[in-house]
Design a protein around this ligand. Structure first.
Ligand code: GAL
Length: 391
């Protein structure tokens, strides 16, 4: 047998195989995910905007080492047409490196950025959890380690590619009571509740309503840490965040320009310590929330809830994860629910597998959301999957 043509066809086949390999499009939850430059995507705690044919993934840019848990660079953007291949578009909101008085000075904490488009003003509006640098919480290297400010940062841009201009930071809804305020909220707050409690239920062993943290923060505005944004069919937008020392979720309607709170908000699940909230709406109009418990960077079982109206009443549904490792949400924590353009009731659950000791190595867990009888949602583990699951 003539070995030369045989070798040629072997080489040809090998080449075909490697280009087939390149053509393979799938999600591998928890694995490293390379961008167009072959670099692991750096957009943690992120959210995705779909605008005019393109997906825009905004997230926290992390750097090596524990200092990377603070904002050393800013908010990173990647774009994609097909959700598998992502192009690095650089930093769209930069930390301030010249003015130590700036809220977003290098070393502050900028977490969970989300961007929405306002059809009236044509502005792209970014909200994020912000812990400005402050004297109390600064380390010797100038990094912020405290979460006591519990503020929301707002930035905007004329283009989804940025640059985003930082506008201000707020404590939501100062001087406003929620729709479901109770009489005791308006009573004088005891001095016992002056202090800010830590992050989780272990720091607040009593029911939050016996402390009235809402009342404590009435004048200065409510705390807001882990957060998401949600735009409804009528273009009203909502800021959903862990408030009252993480014990209670608030759903807060934004102003028409999306740049501030409207003053209309509701507390839900008091003392249930939901973090990392995400929201979606099915084509029949049912709202769903997926959130996590409150255990810092360590994973815990996710929770879900449903409602016919955005302000409730919300019904708890329990952990939507159904496969092995459901008790750790597959070693991840929710960050966003992405509706897929052009496919009815197709949603992707986006979560972070945090690596707090070297945050740049954190990976992403994306899974399809199964809606069951428009009542329940389920997250099944998949080693590898593609958008054909929604066919
Ligand atoms: C998590 C939260 C993260 C980050 C972390 C800090 O619970 O979801 O966004 O704030 O705590 O410990």
């Amino acid at each position: 047998m003539n070995k030369i043509p045989y070798l040629f066809s072997l080489l040809f086949l090998m080449n075909c195989n490697s280009s087939l390999e390149k053509e393979k499009k799938y999600f591998s939850p928890g694995e490293k995910w390379m961008d167009n430059n072959g670099v692991h995507i750096n957009a943690h705690g992120g959210g995705i905007l779909f605008h005019e044919g393109l997906y825009y993934w905004y997230g926290e840019h992390k750097i090596e080492g524990e200092i990377g848990n603070t904002a050393q660079v800013g908010v990173h953007l990647y774009t994609s047409q097909n959700l598998y291949d992502w192009k690095d578009q650089g930093i769209v909101l930069k930390v301030n490196e010249t003015d130590p008085e700036s809220d977003i000075y290098k070393g502050s904490i900028i977490e969970r950025p989300k961007v929405i488009f306002n059809k009236k003003t044509k502005k792209f509006v970014m909200w994020f959890h912000l812990e400005p640098i402050n004297k109390v919480y600064k380390t010797a290297e100038g990094a912020n380690v405290g979460y006591g400010a519990a503020k929301s940062g707002i930035a905007y841009s004329d283009s989804p590619f940025g640059p985003f201009e930082y506008l201000r930071s707020v404590r939501p809804n100062a001087g406003k009571w929620p729709i479901n305020v109770q009489d005791f909220h308006k009573k004088k707050v005891s001095s016992e509740v002056k202090k800010i409690y830590g992050g989780g239920p272990e720091h607040l062993p009593v029911h939050v309503d016996s402390l009235n943290i809402l009342g404590r923060d009435f004048k200065i505005g409510q705390m807001a840490r882990d957060m998401t944004l949600f735009v409804d069919n009528d273009e009203k937008a909502y800021h959903i965040y862990s408030s009252e020392d993480n014990s209670t979720l608030h759903i807060s309607m934004l102003s028409d320009d999306y740049l501030s709170h409207s003053g209309t908000y509701k507390r839900i699940f008091p003392s249930k310590f939901n973090e990392a909230p995400t929201m979606m709406k099915s084509s029949s109009g049912k709202y769903f929330i997926i959130a996590s418990g409150c255990t810092s960077w360590s994973p815990n079982p996710a929770r879900s809830a449903t409602s016919n109206n955005i302000f409730g009443s919300w019904k708890e549904l329990g952990n939507p994860c159904v496969s092995r490792d459901s008790l750790t949400t597959y070693y991840s924590q929710s960050t966003y629910i992405l509706p897929i353009n052009g496919i009815k009731d197709a949603f992707i659950f986006m979560a972070d597998r945090w690596k707090p000791e070297n945050p740049i190595e954190g990976t992403y867990v994306w899974l399809p959301i199964k809606i069951k009888n428009d009542k329940l949602i389920e997250l099944e583990w998949k080693e590898k999957w593609d958008l054909s699951v929604f066919d």
